[in-house]
Design a protein around this ligand. Sequence first.
Ligand SMILES: [Zn+2]
Ligand SMILES: [Zn+2]
Length: 137
Amino acid sequence: MTITGSCMCGGTTYAIEADSYLAALCHCTDCQKWTGGAFTSNAVVPRSSFKVTKGTPSAYDAVGASGKVNKHFFCPTCGSSLYTELEIMPDNTVVKAGGLDGGEANLRGKIDIEFYVKDRPSYLAPVEGAKQEPMFG
Ligand SMILES: [Zn+2]
Ligand SMILES: [Zn+2]
């Protein structure tokens, strides 16, 4: 199936050809800074299944705890956080789920794993049934 997503202004759109994905929350401080939120919700998909269908995202390279580059893609017009490509996960694209269309931002109501729970704000409870990783795992 085709899953689509877009930024806030609609200048950037993308499509994913996948039936399923890994649903992951990340509580790391880079995700907090980048989005201005408490965590990122993500659909981790095969990189070959993902393509930008409109616009040209800008990118910012952050160096992760691993010492490897985490490439952050965002809309150059409205600044929406769109997806990341991690050097340590060359076969995947980490799509920020808030950009997904048609209710898919709900991640089908099921979170598989939470990363960097050591940085999770104390007002948030762990998601029931989600694997808990103190850092990246
Ligand atoms: Zn935009
Ligand atoms: Zn993170």
